[in-house]
Ligand binder design. Structure first.
Ligand code: SF4
Length: 192
């Protein structure tokens, strides 16, 4: 009686191994993924920004609505507002900044955790707005490194959300930030 070669145990073993390997690969794809450490850290970071709101004027009121249930900043993982810079990594400047406030803003920025980010919300924070006066800082970039500018007077909540999403993209794509890397405390601001 003759036996088919394909049914011989010696020939079946590699086939069984290959099937087992394939099954393991399929199973691992169902619950595992591969990535780089930098990418997974950036993913966590961009989806768990802890903002420190520095609201000084009308933009601050507009910012409140971004946190509220209608616009719901929680959808972007950034609703955990902190009023201590040591527990925040996103400085959200919303409103007019006077020259007198500038040292305080710098002090807060320096106390924040690294990596840290800055969003300038509205015309006043970004350029002094219509206050072209001796006592108003003509843009917070003069004292802190700004990552995102949100235009408007005041910016709409949608514009603020767009700013947050732009920042998330920057973090996720590891966008170089020379303005932050080269930042030094301005010489005209005295140490606290
Ligand atoms: S940009 Fe306009 S809304 Fe915002 S603080 Fe200045 S004046 Fe107020």
């Amino acid at each position: 009686m003759s036996t088919s070669n394909s049914l011989h145990p010696q020939n079946a073993a590699p086939l069984v191994n290959k099937l087992a390997e394939q099954a393991m690969e399929d199973a691992s794809r169902a619950f595992a993924f591969t990535t780089r450490l930098d990418d997974i850290v950036a993913w966590g970071s961009k989806n768990s920004l802890w903002p420190m709101p520095y609201g000084t004027a009308c933009c601050g009121i507009e910012l409140m609505s971004v946190m509220g249930p209608k616009y719901d900043l929680a959808r972007f993982g950034a609703e955990v507002v902190r009023f201590s810079p040591r527990q925040a990594d996103l400085l959200l400047v919303a409103g007019t900044i006077t020259e007198k406030m500038a040292p305080i803003l710098v002090h807060i920025y320096e106390q924040m955790l690294d990596p840290k980010y800055v969003i300038s919300m509205g015309a006043c924070a970004s350029s002094g707005g219509f206050y072209r006066a001796y006592h108003v800082l003509q843009g917070i970039h003069q004292v802190v490194p700004v990552d995102i500018y949100v235009p408007g007077c005041p910016p709409t909540p949608e514009a603020v959300l767009d700013g947050i999403m732009s920042l998330q993209r920057m973090i996720g794509e590891h966008t170089p930030r020379p303005w932050k890397e080269n930042w030094k405390r301005p010489s005209f601001i005295k140490p606290a």
